[in-house]
Write a protein that binds this ligand. Structure first.
Ligand code: GDP
Ligand code: MN
Length: 410
């Protein structure tokens, strides 16, 4: 009897094992199948094949993930671009996750990562896995990052010390290099010469709505050179002499100014607004309005053109990137407002975007619902939602810049 029970137990166990094995085989076919997994060996190591140090070829990733199709679907000659440091990896992944889910996984545009130091293996591996398209990792040449030879080092050092407490990022040397680079060098990086369009992405930002269209295509088809989401006012003590430098540039190069420029956007000053927000009126004509450049979708050829290059060189030689703390946002914005047709600058009012401390969320209920936005324009504290906040320059843009356009008539 005992023997019979023993034999039955053995049979039951064998049948059980058979089904477990069959089940596991099934899993390997369907559970981690092609198209669902983040990457394959090619995808992971693509960037490494372009001159980066190779990771061990028997990495667990080789075994776990079948090859992924990185072929670009979007039709524009465009790329995402992120200037970032290795220690910002988590923030970079978070921004990428958001933008991939909301936009890029449908198009698979590439990602170009820029850094003044070499990217490390972990950064390369994890960002490659997060991207739906190809990834490129570029070291910024020292001459594009460090202060130019005409900058007086002592004067720079003194200003770094003197503005440490009073100016936002005033004591941070690398921040000045970053702003100078973003103002005049990112679009000249060798890898970016291959492209016409860029989408600037920063670590730790979030895109709150589905895009549901290709913003590069929208800009190209509508003959735009630049798109922004948030427009606000700059801290005046970062740019004490910027506007006077711009004024002398305008006097010396009047032929470079566009006939239909947006200078009124930069210089109108409704006094009631100053009164309301209790800001000190600017000591110059410049009202401190600028497009917030941590979000930008733009045409690289505009920046590479003669007008912007002349403008940038003029500002760089004046020294304010280093002797003061000029930001790339006002520099880009003033350049665009003066040198482009104001109707070539587009406000994306259907893109929800968050970069601390400001959120911009579409106001139309229809957009919020159909684009699956996760943000509430009216519920957030007033100093967080920026669009109609008193710090915002959007109303000024509508009235004195490119105007307010509605989605169905751009
Ligand atoms: P904020 O947005 O003005 O507060 O400045 P961030 O710290 O976000 O810097 C702006 C962008 O430049 C981000 O994409 C940063 O990752 C990048 N960045 C800032 N400083 C450096 C730097 O020294 N090296 C590199 N590679 N990137 C930098
Ligand atoms: Mn930032």
């Amino acid at each position: 009897m005992n023997r019979l029970i023993g034999a039955a137990q053995t049979i039951v166990f064998a049948v059980y094992c058979y089904y477990v094995i069959q089940y596991l085989k099934g899993c390997s076919k369907t559970g981690v199948g092609e198209g669902q997994t983040p990457s394959g060996a090619d995808a992971v190591y693509n960037p490494l094949a372009r001159g980066q140090p190779k990771l061990a070829s028997n990495s667990y990733l080789d075994k776990r993930f079948p090859a992924r199709d990185l072929e670009q679907i979007g039709k524009e000659n465009a790329t995402m671009v992120m200037l970032v440091r290795n220690f910002e990896l988590d923030g970079a992944l978070s921004s990428m996750r958001s933008l991939e889910d909301r936009f890029n996984r449908e198009y698979k545009y590439p990602w170009v990562f820029l850094n003044d130091e070499p990217f490390d293996a972990e950064f390369i591996e994890k960002t490659s896995l997060m991207a739906s398209g190809k990834t490129f990792y570029e070291l910024v040449p020292a001459q594009d990052w460090q202060p130019p030879s005409y900058i007086n080092k002592t004067r720079l050092d003194e200003n770094l010390i003197n503005s440490r407490a009073s100016v936002l990022y005033g004591g941070v040397r690398s921040y000045r290099n970053m702003c100078h680079f973003n103002s005049g060098f990112f679009y000249k990086q060798k890898r970016l010469l291959n492209y016409d369009w860029y989408f600037r992405v920063e670590p730790d930002v979030e895109y709150m709505c589905d895009f549901q269209y290709d913003p590069f295509e929208l800009l190209r088809v509508n003959n735009k050179v630049y798109g922004f989401v948030i427009a606000i006012r700059e801290y005046e003590n970062t740019i004490p002499t910027l506007w006077q430098t711009v004024e002398s540039f305008m006097q010396e190069f009047p032929h470079l100014l566009h006939q239909n420029n947006a200078i009124d956007f930069l210089t109108t000053n409704e006094t009631s607004l100053h009164h309301f927000v209790q800001l000190r009126p600017s000591s110059t004509k410049y009202n401190l309005c600028h497009f917030w450049s941590n979000f930008e979708i733009g045409n690289l050829n505009f920046f590479r053109g003669e007008a912007y290059e002349t403008y940038f060189q003029y500002l760089s030689k004046a020294g304010g990137f280093h002797y003061e703390r000029w930001g790339d946002a006002p520099v880009h914005s003033i350049g665009l407002s003066l040198l482009a047709d104001k109707h070539q600058i587009h406000h994306f009012d259907d893109i929800g975007y968050y970069h601390a401390p400001f959120l911009s969320c579409p106001h139309s209920e229809e957009i919020l619902a159909s684009k699956r936005c996760i943000c509430q324009p009216r519920a957030a504290p007033v100093n967080v939602t920026i669009d109609v906040n008193t710090h915002s320059c959007l109303a000024r843009w509508w009235r004195h810049g490119g105007g307010k356009r509605f989605l169905n008539e751009i």
